[in-house]
Each structure stands twice: as structure tokens, then as C-alpha cells.
Design a protein around this ligand. Structure first.
Ligand SMILES: Cc1cc2nc3c(=O)[nH]c(=O)nc-3n(C[C@H](O)[C@H](O)[C@H](O)COP(=O)(O)OP(=O)(O)OC[C@H]3O[C@@H](n4cnc5c(N)ncnc54)[C@H](O)[C@@H]3O)c2cc1C
Length: 345
């Protein structure tokens, strides 16, 4: 078989790049071995405001201009809703936080999202003695449904192989690569934390951050917005909520842990006063680079090997922009923005 591209990994990074290839009529084959599941478990939230300090997220407004139409196109393609727009209510801890909110809402970069007002709405099941700050133009992408649909679609078209990509079987020539019976012009590696096993790109400084989440059933919690306090509570419908997420920089295992669950429950109980049942416990590893920027570019010596990684905590917003940049670099020789480029290492 002869293709333009081999793609390794079909999380958000692989999906975004593959979609770019489809749009440009390139041929490709994808390898996916279910060894990582960051994109599958993610909260999927897009929000251009850092809710700890009320500061702008790096490049978020620009990334959203590309990301939102990207998800709309996929909704049309599969005739399904993935983008759920949702306001965010940030619980204030103090009067000082309320004051900081007003100052931040004045910032031109944030005024599209932060409402300069203190919300005193009573929400059944939620404790908020200092009220809420409300964010608009935010929401979440159902990444799990989207990836499942996209994987099925490619599998049915025989463009997805559900197997390991074994690096040792890759033979690299000057203008092409051979992998078993496949000849390809290029390989793009999109393995998330799996990059650690990639002998061509494992030199990049990844600081993987494991995250755990709970799905709870809370019949008396009457919440229609995303509530953010020590953890977020994201309404999924029918009284189910996603609660997350932890950050663990040491544990590199994929499994949910008792400690992770206890941390989430403890934090949740600081602002929820209604009963709930835990129905699922999930974990994944965020592919985070030490400077919190993405990783795009070619291998320093093998120019037909490229990488799309480092989406960190914000894959939903970054992936579509990153994929476009990488595609334009590989096909049209347009330089990648410095902050996205692997050349910084
Ligand atoms: C708990 C948690 C909550 C999160 N919440 C949010 C959020 O609310 N909003 C947001 O934007 N982001 C969130 N993220 C971050 C987001 O999930 C990541 O930025 C994004 O999913 C990374 O996508 P990726 O495709 O780079 O990596 P991954 O999703 O890890 O995908 C890599 C894929 O490559 C495959 N693979 C690896 N090696 C091989 C191989 N050798 N052969 C074949 N296949 C291989 C893996 O199986 C995997 O499917 C969260 C992450 C976690 C863990």
C-alpha cells in the first residue's frame, strides 16, 4: 500500500491532523492501539480564562476562532452534537476574589467571556456564600463520542488499523518511509504521553500530568451551568455530572487510584450539599511540555518524520490550530509559530 501519510495515534491531535489531510485529499493510514486515553476521558471544556487568577489563556481567543468551526464541521459530517455551549459559574471564595473579578473583566482580552457582575443566584445543591462570577461563550466538546465516531468512520473506510505502531519496523529513506507493507511519504506522530516510547522524539521535555475524574449521579443537584470551585462539576444530562480533575505530576500509571478519588470527593464536598453516587472513575495522562506549549515540527535529521504533541491541559482548543500549522509547514513550507515549534528544544 502507498499513502501520503502514516499517522500514529488517534486522540485529539491525530483527529485534527487527519481531518486536515482529508480536507486536502491526501491519502493516509492511522495506527491506534488504545494505549493512552487522555482525549477519551477529558472534560472537553473550552474556556479562555484561567479561573485561578482570572488571566487570559495563551492564544485561546485565536484558537477558538479555528476550533469552533472545526467542531461544527464534524457535527455536520456525523449529524451529531459534540459542542455543548455552557456558561461557567466560578464560586467566589472571598470578597477579594470578587474585586479581582471586576478588575479582570475590564481586560479587553477577557471582556467577551467574563460578565462584570456578581451572580447571587441560589443553585440547589451548591454552597456559594460569596456568589459566583459568570463566564459566557464557553462550553465543552464531547470528545469521547467524537473520537468514537471518527474512529469508526475511518475503520469502515479501512484507514484505521487498531494495532501498535512498532518503531523498530520503520525503515527511513531520504524521501519516503516503509513500514511493513506500507510505503508513505511521511509519518506524523500523535501519541500523547506515548511519545515517551518513541525513539525519534523522546528527547523533548514532557512533564506529563495524570488527571482523574469522577462521573456522579446527583438527582437533587439542579445545575445547568458548569460549576467551578476546587474542582469542576460539568452537567452531562439526566442528573449525571463529570467532576474533575486532579493533577499528579509523579504517577505515570493509567489507572484510577483511591487517592485520586478521595481527593476529588474531598474537594467536591467543600461546595456541594446534596447526596450523590459515584458511577465511574476515570484517569488519563495529559501530554504536557515543561513550558506549557505545544510541540510541532520535523525530526532534526529525518525530515519525513513529524510530531504533533504537547496539547497539555487544553487539547480541545489547541488541536485544530496546531494541526493546521503543522500541515501548512509540511505541505506549503509555511513556518510554524515559534511558540508551537519543536525547534525551541
Ligand atoms: C483528566 C483529564 C481532563 C482533561 N480535561 C480537559 C478539558 O476539559 N479540556 C481540554 O481541552 N483538555 C482536557 N484534557 C487534556 C486533553 O485531554 C489533551 O490535551 C488531549 O486529549 C491530548 O490529545 P493527544 O491526541 O495529544 O493525546 P492522547 O489523547 O493521549 O492520544 C494519543 C493516542 O495515541 C495512541 N498511541 C500512542 N502510542 C501509540 C502507538 N505506538 N501505536 C498506536 N497508537 C498509539 C494512544 O492510544 C492515544 O489514543 C484533559 C486531560 C485529562 C487527562
Amino acid at each position: 500500500m502507498k499513502v501520503d501519510y502514516i499517522i500514529v495515534g488517534l486522540g485529539l491531535a491525530g483527529l485534527a491532523f487527519t481531518k486536515e489531510l482529508e480536507k486536502n485529499n491526501k491519502t493516509f493510514i492511522v495506527f491506534e492501539n488504545d494505549s493512552q486515553n487522555s482525549s477519551m476521558v477529558a472534560g472537553g471544556v473550552y474556556n479562555p480564562v484561567i479561573l485561578k487568577r482570572f488571566t487570559p489563556v495563551w492564544e485561546a481567543a485565536n484558537q477558538l476562532k479555528i476550533a469552533l468551526p472545526f467542531y461544527t464541521e464534524l457535527e455536520k459530517k456525523f449529524n451529531k452534537k459534540y459542542n455543548h455551549s455552557l456558561d461557567i459559574y466560578r464560586i467566589f471564595k472571598s470578597i477579594e476574589e470578587q474585586n479581582n473579578w471586576f478588575v479582570a473583566a475590564d481586560n479587553q482580552q477577557l471582556s467577551n467571556y467574563m460578565i462584570p457582575k456578581i451572580e447571587h443566584t441560589k443553585i440547589e445543591g451548591i454552597v456559594s456564600n460569596f456568589g459566583f462570577g459568570k463566564l459566557i461563550n464557553t462550553g465543552w466538546i464531547d470528545t469521547k463520542s467524537l473520537l468514537n465516531d471518527y474512529r469508526n468512520y475511518l475503520f469502515n473506510k479501512k484507514q484505521l488499523l487498531k494495532e501498535d505502531f512498532n518503531y523498530s519496523d520503520l525503515k527511513i529513506d531520504k524521501n519516503s518511509v516503509n513500514y511493513k507493507t506500507i510505503k508513505s511519504s511521511k509519518v506524523v506522530f500523535c501519541e500523547g504521553f506515548g511519545i515517551k516510547k518513541n525513539p525519534f522524539f523522546n528527547y523533548v521535555p514532557m512533564q506529563e500530568a495524570k488527571g482523574e475524574l469522577l462521573i456522579i449521579y446527583a438527582p437533587n443537584l439542579n445545575v445547568e451551568a458548569l460549576i467551578k470551585a476546587a474542582v469542576f462539576v460539568l452537567p452531562l444530562g439526566n442528573n449525571y455530572y463529570k467532576v474533575g480533575a486532579t493533577f499528579n505530576w509523579k504517577d505515570k500509571t493509567l489507572e484510577p487510584t483511591e487517592a485520586g478519588k478521595n481527593e476529588l470527593v474531598e474537594k467536591l464536598n467543600t461546595f456541594i450539599n446534596t447526596s450523590y453516587k459515584i458511577v465511574e472513575h476515570l484517569a488519563g495522562i495529559r501530554p504536557t511540555v515543561n513550558d506549557r506549549r505545544p510541540l510541532l515540527g520535523k525530526h532534526p535529521t529525518h525530515s519525513n518524520l513529524a510530531v504533533l504533541n504537547g496539547l497539555g491541559t487544553r487539547g480541545v482548543m489547541i488541536a485544530p490550530t496546531a494541526a493546521k500549522q503543522l500541515y501548512n509547514y509540511l505541505e506549503n513550507k509555511i513556518e510554524i509559530d515559534k511558540e508551537y515549534s519543536i525547534l525551541r528544544f
